[in-house]
Ligand binder design. Structure first.
Ligand code: FES
Ligand SMILES: [Fe+2]
Length: 388
C-alpha cells in the first residue's frame, strides 16, 4: 500500500503521553470502556435455556452476568445483589434457573426479577418489583455477544459495528462452537499491547524463529499487508503469506490434520491470506481458513493488561490427530505471544520513563495510527461533553 494512500491518517509524530499517563487512562475508562460495545463471549457458550457466564470488566469495575433465561432470551445484568451490593454469582459459568446471594439469600429468577427475600416482613415497605438485577445492554452479531455499560447506549450494536457487522454475519461462525482458550498478563498499557498486533513490521526480527519466515520473502521483505481497510472506529488488514516458506515437520502435520477438517483448504499450506480485523476498542478477529481466533485485550490499570486468546474449531475432535493439530496450533500461537510479551513490556518500560515526547509511526504502521487517533478523538469528545 503506497504511502500516499495512508497519509490521510496523519504523518507526524504522535504524543507518547496516552501510552503511560494514569490520568489519561482514567479518561479512557470513562470515554471508551464505559460507553462502547464490548465483546464478552459467544452465543455458543450458552446454547440452552438456564445457561450463564460471568465476565469481569476490571477497567470499568464491573462484573457482568450473561444468562439465557428459562424463556430462552439472552440477557445481561450487573452481577450485584440489590440488597447490599454483594457479588451475586461467583462461578465463571454454569446453569441455573435462579440465583441466590450467598450473604442473606435474596433469590433472583434468571430473568433478573427478585423472587424472594428471607424474613421480608422486617423490611419497611420493600418494593420487590424495583429490586431486580440491574440490566446491561446486550446484543449479538454473527454469534458474538457484546454488552454496553452505558445505561442508554448512543448507538445500537449494528450501528456501532457498521461494515464489521456484515463481515461477522458473513463469516458463518455459528458452527464453530468449540474453542481452546488461554490468557496472559502483560505489564504494559493496553494500547501498546494492542498495537503489537496491528503491524507486521516487527515479525521479521521478533519472530525470526517462529512465524517470521511465513510472512516475509525477498518479494515482501517486511511482510507488509496486501490491503488496509478503515471502517469508522474499526479497521482491518489483509495479511500476506509466503506460500513457499519451509514448514517445520510438526507444522506440516498440523496443517494436514487441520486441512482434512476443511475441504476448502489446501492439503499442506499455511492458512489463506487472512483478514485480520481490529474491532474497537479491544478485540481482534482473524479469519484464516480452518482456524480462526479472537484476542481480547483488557486493561486493568494503566500498566496492566490481560490478553485472552481463543482458537475456535468447527465441531468436536473426531480423531486424536485432530486434537493434536488443534493443540499444536494453539501452542504455536503461545510461542509467538511469548516472543511478543517481552517486547511489549520493554516498550512500556521505555515509554513510562517519560523521556519520549512522541512515538513515530511509519506508513505501514497505519493501523496503530488509526487506533490512537480514534482513542484521542473519543477522549477529546468526552472531555468536551463533561466540561459543559
Ligand atoms: S447482600 Fe445479597 S442478600 Fe444481602
Ligand atoms: Fe508479534
Amino acid at each position: 500500500v503506497p504511502n500516499e494512500d495512508l497519509a490521510h491518517l496523519g504523518t507526524g509524530p504522535v504524543s507518547a503521553v496516552p501510552y503511560y499517563d494514569p490520568a489519561y487512562f482514567d479518561l479512557e475508562r470513562e470515554a471508551i470502556f464505559k460507553r462502547t460495545w464490548l465483546h464478552l463471549g459467544r452465543v455458543s457458550e450458552l446454547p440452552e435455556p438456564n445457561g450463564y457466564i460471568v465476565r469481569s470488566i476490571d477497567v470499568a469495575d464491573a462484573s457482568i452476568l450473561i444468562v439465557r433465561t428459562t424463556a430462552n432470551d439472552l440477557r445481561a445484568f450487573h452481577n450485584v445483589c440489590s440488597h447490599r451490593g454483594t457479588q451475586l454469582v461467583w462461578a465463571e459459568c454454569g446453569r441455573a434457573r435462579t440465583f441466590s446471594c450467598p450473604y442473606h439469600m435474596w433469590n433472583y429468577a434468571n430473568d433478573g426479577s427478585l423472587r424472594s427475600v428471607p424474613d421480608e416482613s422486617r423490611f419497611f415497605r420493600l418494593d420487590k418489583a424495583a429490586c431486580g438485577l440491574r440490566p446491561v445492554a446486550i446484543d449479538t452479531c454473527g454469534g458474538f455477544i457484546f454488552v454496553n455499560l452505558d445505561t442508554s447506549p448512543s448507538s445500537s450494536l449494528r450501528e456501532y459495528l457498521g461494515p464489521v457487522a456484515e463481515l461477522l454475519d458473513a463469516l458463518g461462525l455459528e458452527e464453530w462452537s468449540e474453542f481452546s482458550e488461554y490468557r496472559y498478563n502483560v505489564a504494559a498499557n493496553w494500547k501498546t499491547t494492542y498495537d503489537n498486533f496491528q503491524e507486521v513490521y516487527h515479525l521479521r526480527w521478533a519472530h525470526k524463529k517462529s512465524v517470521g519466515p511465513i510472512v516475509v520473502s525477498a518479494e515482501n521483505p517486511f511482510g507488509y499487508p496486501v490491503r488496509y481497510n478503515f471502517m469508522g472506529r474499526h479497521r482491518s488488514m489483509t495479511l500476506w503469506y509466503n506460500r513457499s516458506a519451509p514448514l517445520r515437520p510438526t507444522e506440516k502435520v498440523m496443517y494436514e490434520v487441520l486441512a482434512s477438517d476443511d475441504e476448502t483448504t489446501d492439503a499442506v499450506a499455511p492458512p489463506r491470506p487472512a483478514e485480520f480485523v481490529c474491532i474497537f476498542p479491544n478485540l481482534f478477529l482473524s479469519t484464516a481458513t480452518n482456524r480462526y481466533f479472537t484476542q481480547e485485550v483488557w486493561p486493568s490499570a494503566v500498566d496492566r493488561t490481560t490478553s485472552t486468546i481463543r482458537m475456535y474449531w468447527r465441531g468436536k475432535d473426531e480423531r486424536a490427530s485432530m486434537r493434536f493439530g488443534r493443540e499444536f496450533s494453539l501452542a504455536s500461537l503461545v510461542e509467538v505471544h511469548t516472543e511478543d510479551r517481552e517486547l511489549i513490556e520493554g516498550a512500556h518500560r521505555g515509554l513510562r520513563t517519560g523521556v519520549m515526547e512522541h512515538v513515530q509511526y511509519q506508513a505501514q504502521e497505519a493501523l496503530c495510527r488509526h487506533f490512537i487517533n480514534t482513542v484521542n478523538e473519543m477522549v477529546e469528545e468526552y472531555r468536551r461533553l463533561s466540561a459543559r
